[in-house]
Design a protein around this ligand. Structure first.
Ligand SMILES: [Fe+2]
Length: 529
């Protein structure tokens, strides 16, 4: 029966590959016969938990790190019993990537909980197989299912590391209790330029006691140092529990390399023997890609900016305002050129193109830098200057192109805030008003409120920060650690934002109706049922 045969062979090629890969894993497992390999110490093991990233409606990245050269065997299923394996593949963890390994799990059903199970096979002793470890993520919906996610930034800054007696990095546990579909990390995923000392004194005389590691005892400049920063954060139980359940969409800010660096900088800073910021950034970027499970972009393998399509309700734009920026301290000018780069021309063109083509109701722009702090002081300016020029150009493009329902998310300020950008009080006025929501730190010092540049007319609608009496760099144990929670209702398209603290209290919230969405017209009538 030719019909059956061809349908069967088309179907069975994928099935065959899965079976083959599963069989490889199974054979390896079955062959753990010798008593020598039943001894745990001789079997490979996972060192820093698991992570997932960049999920789409049919795929997701997974990550883990081995304790030796090992082959990572990846399986996925739609139930945690793993009775029905729908994906199997292999990736090697070698010293060249510090034993990290990540891979894309493809051909998954949309809007579905996916369970992944990982094992390690010792490359030098193939019969030695690790205990399995597992995690989960949910694929993006391809229909109008409600979406829920959290965002924050600033992990383990200012020497506030893991104090086990104070519960470690507790904000991760609070975020997990909100059961989000994913987490947007807006940058400062590490603090490469902050050491973590054994102790810090608190204002009340008590002592903060950190877990310490060799790499976190010095300012990072080698590849091993940068890697050590990510490994430090993954020592925290809250972080590992969170990572096993929630995909992280990560971008970087400045501390992944060095405070306020720029690509052409000749380093003249205390504590640095390396003189080229670009060289440090290359090492830092490599470590970021090794330890963050973001996708590989062949056109620019080091790229961090990207779009994540999360179904009909949401497109997420992850920006990189660090890698392509012009020099610090360039004289403020209204002329656009390399000195004024923020996103750089290629990223700006990409962002405009993707925003224009986006069919999602909400276009959320995750920015490593708040829009009220990118421009130079413009108290007497009549036009956007320096790094503000690209943002002005973008906002004007969005107004002219009728690109609606955009909002900006960021961290960086080390406090939480709701900023409403209003052209009526701005230097540059050619844009539609929009919101920027700020939340962070996850686990770092809390700052007092910043002075915002008025180029785009930010109005502070709400903020919760350290008081003047508390001062800057308030320790995480004082409770002013923040994240934000966003939900988008599948029926109405209404986007709700809550700014929350480590205790899971919603300090401020609002709901925003989407504008001019033809697909929502029918929702003005009550829905049946
Ligand atoms: Fe930060």
């Amino acid at each position: 029966m030719p019909g059956r045969a061809s349908a069967g062979s088309a179907m069975s090629r994928r099935r065959f590959l899965i079976t083959l890969a599963s069989a490889t894993a199974a054979t390896a497992l079955d062959s753990i016969a010798g008593p020598a390999f039943s001894r745990l110490a001789q079997r490979p093991s996972f060192t820093h938990g698991v992570q997932s990233d960049d999920v789409s409606f049919d795929s997701g990245m997974v990550w883990a790190r081995a304790d030796r050269p090992a082959r990572m065997l990846i399986e996925a299923a739609t139930t945690d019993s793993f009775k029905n394996i729908i994906h199997a593949s292999l990736v090697d963890a070698l010293p060249e990537t510090d034993f990290t390994a990540k891979a894309l799990i493809e051909d998954l059903p949309q809007g579905q909980d996916i369970f992944y199970r990982l094992r390690l096979q010792d490359l030098s002793s193939p019969k030695a197989i690790s205990e399995p470890t597992s995690g989960r993520f949910r694929t993006a919906p391809n229909d109008r299912r409600s979406v829920s996610f959290v965002w924050s930034g600033d992990t383990a800054g200012q020497g506030w590391g893991i104090d086990v007696s104070r519960g470690g990095m507790r904000t991760y546990a609070t975020m997990l209790s909100n059961k989000p579909d994913f987490f947007v990390h807006c940058g400062d995923t590490i603090y490469a330029d902050c050491t973590v000392p054994a102790q810090q004194k608190l204002p009340n005389g008590a002592t903060w006691r950190n877990i310490v590691t060799e790499e976190k005892s010095r300012i990072a400049s080698t590849l091993a140092d940068y890697r050590g920063n990510y490994k430090y954060n993954l020592l925290d139980t809250n972080v590992r529990n969170f990572n096993a359940e929630v995909p992280i969409f990560a971008q970087w800010d400045n501390h992944e390399v060095m405070e306020d660096w720029w690509p052409g900088e000749a380093i003249e800073r205390h504590g640095y023997r390396e003189k080229s910021a670009l060289l440090l950034a290359a090492r830092a970027c490599r470590a970021f890609h090794e330890f963050m499970p973001l996708r590989y972009i062949p056109a620019e393998p080091s790229r961090i900016y990207r779009k994540i399509s999360y179904g009909p309700l949401l497109d997420l734009f992850m920006l990189d305002m660090r890698s392509y920026r012009g020099p610090n301290g360039a004289p403020p000018s209204s002329r656009y050129g390399p000195d004024a780069y923020l996103l750089g021309p290629a990223q700006l063109a990409w962002l405009k193109r993707e925003l224009k083509h986006s069919t999602a109701i909400w276009k959320v722009i995750a920015s490593d830098t708040p829009l009220g702090t990118i421009a130079v002081d413009t108290h007497s300016a009549r036009a956007p200057l320096g790094r503000g020029i690209e943002i002005a150009n973008l906002l004007s493009f969005m107004r002219l192109g009728g690109i609606q329902n955009t909002l900006w998310l960021t961290a960086d300020l080390h406090y939480t805030a709701a900023h409403y950008f209003d052209p009526n009080v701005a230097v540059f006025q050619d844009f539609e008003p929009f919101w920027e929501f700020v939340s962070g730190p996850i686990h770092a010092g809390t700052w007092t409120p910043s002075t915002l540049d008025r180029t785009f007319g930010p109005r502070v609608i709400f903020q919760s920060a350290a008081t003047r009496e508390q001062g800057d760099n308030l320790a995480p144990c004082y409770g002013l650690q923040f994240f934000g929670h966003i939900t988008i209702d599948g029926r109405t398209g209404v986007l709700s934002v809550a700014l929350k603290n480590v205790g899971d209290q919603a300090l401020w919230s609002t709901s925003i109706e989407p504008r001019s969405d033809p697909s929502l017209q029918h929702l003005s009538r009550p829905l049946p049922g």
